[in-house]
Write a protein that binds this ligand. Structure first.
Ligand SMILES: C[S@@+](CC[C@H](N)C(=O)[O-])C[C@H]1O[C@@H](n2cnc3c(N)ncnc32)[C@H](O)[C@@H]1O
Ligand SMILES: [Zn+2]
Length: 298
């Protein structure tokens, strides 16, 4: 069941005093020079002297002083997402995703969540893959703070997924990509030859009722085709499942749902804020996704 993970506190160390799972650190490379990294209680360092602090909250930001990527979640978005997910509305999605990955990824290895947000889906996948370790990649510090605590076998690193990843070639048994930016070249390079890429996309019906009421941004019409096209030649589809869930939401849930997504960037457009504030009582909304699993082609 989603939501019952083995969470950790930010200061927690592991056996040997490590704050990040050693198997994750072995897969990571220095974002400046590509060398391997070793961890001390306060930082990750490479032999050339590049050093990256482990934040008090447990994440490591490889982006340094670089400006935030344009689509990184703000603190308000990450808070809304965290509260919405904690209420269990997308638990069925998390459980189905985890079951799909567990079927295709026997045993352990590294699971990388690209655009992991708060690490919610990664944590559920790690619950299903008891030998695996996880890495949440995201460019939002608000997301990373939460992702660093999402699971005892996970680490969180600040990175722009559109840049070459600070990860060794072939180091990942699985890559998750849930409503997040994609980098097909890096998916392919970083996945092991037998690895699995699991992608969740919304369908045209996703939150359709809500989009009508609050005049939300629509889903791009051919999202799934776009993903298939972007991955074509480098990946083959091995599994695809639709999933629809009827959500019973109260007015606060609806506000969180709007605030956690791309619409948060456009809430001041038209009368959206007024429409949201006017919502009363419970509403029924359809969440509709497609879960796709791909294997790399070599
Ligand atoms: C719609 S949210 C999905 C988060 C998470 N997968 C979930 O479903 O809960 C998109 C995530 O991608 C992150 N993001 C946006 N652009 C990014 C980039 N260029 N590199 C890394 N993360 C990015 C955002 O900060 C946000 O956490
Ligand atoms: Zn270095």
């Amino acid at each position: 069941m989603a939501g019952q993970h083995d969470i950790r506190t930010p200061h927690m160390t592991r056996e040997g005093g490590d704050r990040l799972p050693p198997a994750v650190v072995r897969a990571v490379s220095c974002p400046v020079c590509g060398e391997s990294l070793t961890q001390s209680p306060t930082a990750l360092r490479c032999p050339a002297g590049h050093s990256f602090d482990i934040a008090r909250q447990g994440y490591v930001n490889f982006l340094g002083a670089r400006p935030r990527t344009p689509l990184a979640d703000s603190t308000e978005m990450a808070t809304a997402r965290s509260e919405f997910l904690a209420a269990g509305h997308y638990a069925a999605l998390a459980d189905n995703l985890a079951a799909l990955v567990a079927r295709l990824v026997p045993g352990g290895g590294l699971v990388v969540d690209a655009g992991a947000g708060t690490g919610y889906y990664l944590a559920v996948v790690l619950d299903h893959l008891t030998e695996a370790v996880g890495l949440a990649l995201d460019s939002s510090t608000a997301g990373l703070r939460r992702a660093a605590r999402a699971h005892s076998r996970a680490a969180a690193i600040g990175w722009d997924v559109w840049q070459p990843w600070p990860l060794r070639t072939g180091s990942a048994a699985a890559i998750l990509n849930v409503f997040a930016p994609r980098n097909p070249d890096e998916f392919h390079r970083v996945l092991a030859p037998e690895g699995t890429l699991a992608v969740v996309t919304p369908t045209q019906d996703h939150l359709a009722e809500l989009r009508a009421w609050v005049d939300l941004l629509g889903i791009q019409e051919d999202k799934l085709d776009q993903v298939d096209t972007a991955l074509a030649g480098r990946f083959r589809l091995v599994d695809r499942e639709p999933l629809s869930v009827e959500l019973a939401l109260d007015a606060d849930d609806v506000r969180r749902l709007v605030q956690m997504g791309p619409n948060a960037h456009h809430l001041d457009r038209g009368d959206r804020r007024a429409r949201l504030a006017a919502l009363r009582g419970g509403v029924e909304v359809t969440a509709s996704f497609v879960l796709s699993a791909y294997r790399p082609v070599h």
